[in-house]
Design a protein around this ligand. Structure first.
Ligand code: PGA
Length: 261
């Protein structure tokens, strides 16, 4: 079986329901040929909660996967403003992201919170995209690798080897994300991915090596191929540069045409 190549976008708090449906419809059309000729492409989009149901419906007959940006660890209860695994399941959602840097930085979520979500998501049989990444301050103190190792070890605490096929990881250095983000060099990213792979190997042996590790943070049409041609990068997780369906399709096309691994 061909090794999967991941391309995903988190739409964050952008796009209304109708804008999301329009985006997805165009993305599906623009990538149709490419997805046919490259069945190894795993394309996923995480719209806002309010657009999830409509997104799921409009991608019903497509292999573009729709996932949620966050999830509460409880099935139901007195948790005002939260969305439960049961609610996501009822819409047919099978993928959930946990620990995006904006959740950690703005909403104060800790790796312990992310772990509770991961355990709950696995219990409900979701695939989980765990995001990890160091801040600019961590980098300055030269503790990036320690931070990544900690986020992974706590985030995946009590995750069993037989559940690993449901885990994806996105490495996203906080200092490289968003409008003020500084793109990280491909060498820097490759080194951090290597550390993540080593940590997973320590935790799970050879089976840990199978977990896909995506890179995100100021990925765009100019740097996407460079990143993807690093040996430890299994996919790209893109914000701004993926929110126009034409640009995103071109980026995927470029990467697939220039892949040398
Ligand atoms: P960006 O966002 O590509 O706009 O930097 C990445 C992310 O937050 O996942």
């Amino acid at each position: 079986m061909l090794k999967k190549i991941y391309f995903g976008s988190n739409l964050k708090m952008y796009k209304t329901t109708s804008e999301t449906v329009d985006y997805l419809t165009r993305l599906e059309k623009n990538t149709e040929e490419l997805r046919k000729t490259h069945p190894e492409i795993e394309l996923f989009i995480l719209p806002s909660y309010t657009a999830l149901e409509a997104s799921k419906k409009c991608m019903e007959s497509s292999n573009i996967q729709i996932g949620a940006q966050n999830m509460c660890w409880e099935t139901e209860g007195q948790f005002t403003g939260e969305i439960s695994p049961k609610m996501l399941k009822s819409m047919g959602i099978q993928l959930v992201m946990v620990g995006h840097s904006e959740r950690r930085q703005i909403f104060g979520e800790s790796s312990f919170d992310e772990n509770k979500k991961i355990i709950s998501a696995l219990k409900h049989e979701f695939s989980c995209l765990l995001c990890v990444g160091e801040t600019a301050e961590d980098k300055e103190y030269k503790i990036s690798d320690e931070v990544l190792r900690t986020q992974i070890k706590i985030g995946l605490h009590n995750v069993k080897t037989e559940q690993l096929s449901k885990i994806w990881i996105a490495y996203e250095p906080v200092w490289s994300i968003g409008t003020n983000g500084i793109p990280a060099s491909k060498e820097y990213v490759q080194e951090r991915h290597h550390v993540i792979k080593q940590t997973l190997y320590e935790m799970y042996g050879k089976k840990g090596e199978k977990i896909p590790i995506l890179y995100g943070g100021s990925v765009n049409k100019k740097n996407a191929c460079e990143y993807m041609n690093q040996p430890s990068i299994d996919g790209l997780y893109i914000g701004r540069a993926a929110w126009n369906p034409v640009d995103f399709s071109e980026l995927i096309n470029d990467v697939m045409n220039n892949l040398i691994k």
